[in-house]
Design a protein around this ligand. Structure first.
Ligand code: ADE
Length: 260
């Protein structure tokens, strides 16, 4: 296990990024990037867990592309906050990345300029919208507000908009959740980012989050219909941006370079 001082050294913002982890919930979201980067076939991340990792070198950087994996009982990807939190902890311990990039799809908002395929970087707070605990102090624990790190150089280079990302356990949204999104100016509704952000913050690992819109929360069409129709085309847009990011990192940049 790395001592605290060693951990801090590996995550220094001025050290070139030679180990990065890319975390996706769904295989369909991450496989196109793994193929484009020529990563190895998947292997087990940790004994007993369905999480899988594909590894390879891009320029001077070792890239680990991680999936939560396929649930052995339900035979679908393990999407959701609890699986994201477990995978984040395991990948942090096993792979010791200098930065984690959480990439995937999300619900977007026409009211804030979102459209199918719009790709965001987290830039406001990470939030949880369906974790209601009306007890003093625990209410704030439930919302889990955590400021997202800004990567301004990435925003500029990839020309991506930013905003708050709110995570929850459901694909659809209740009226109360819709009011919450309006109040907070949420641009991306997903099912993982806030959980990953909390674990990454606890472990002092920098986190960047990139989410591309498959469906519009403030549109009458059911989220599942739009999601299934747009998953592939939106994933291609996400993959273009992620490839640009990873190849840039592979040229030999530091975390500080990504921010300034
Ligand atoms: N991922 C893609 N669309 C989503 C939505 N509407 N809610 C949560 N996660 C999503």
């Amino acid at each position: 296990m790395l001592m605290y001082s060693e951990r801090m050294k590996t995550t220094s913002p001025h050290v070139k990024l030679d180990r990065i982890a890319l975390l996706y919930a769904m295989k369909a979201e991450g496989t196109p990037l793994a193929e484009r980067l020529g990563l190895d076939a998947e292997t087990e991340l940790h004994r007993g867990l369905p999480a899988r990792v594909r590894q390879g070198r891009v320029g001077r950087t070792e890239v680990f592309l991680v999936f939560n994996g396929c649930d052995p009982v339900h035979d679908v990807d393990r999407i959701g906050l609890e699986h994201a939190a477990v995978t984040t902890w395991v990948l942090a311990e096993a792979l010791k990345p200098q930065i984690i990039v959480n990439a995937g799809t999300c619900g977007g908002f026409q009211a804030r300029g979102g459209a199918i395929g719009t790709t965001y970087l987290a830039g406001g707070d990470y939030l949880i919208h369906d974790h209601r605990i009306p007890l003093p102090g625990f209410d704030a624990l439930g919302i889990s507000r955590l400021p997202a790190t800004r990567f301004r150089a990435v925003e500029a280079r990839l020309n991506l908009p930013i905003g708050p990302v709110s995570s929850g356990s459901s694909l659809d949204a209740t009226e109360a959740e819709r009011s919450f999104f309006e109040k907070e100016g949420v641009v991306a509704k997903d099912m993982e980012a806030a959980a990953i952000a909390r674990v990454a913050a606890d472990l002092h690992i920098p986190l960047m989050t990139m989410k591309a819109v498959t469906d519009l929360v403030d549109h009458p069409e059911p989220a599942e219909d739009a999601f299934l129709r747009n998953l592939q085309s939106t994933t291609m847009k996400l993959t273009d941006h992620m490839e640009q990011l990873v190849r840039w990192i592979g040229e030999g940049v530091t975390e500080a370079d990504l921010k300034n």
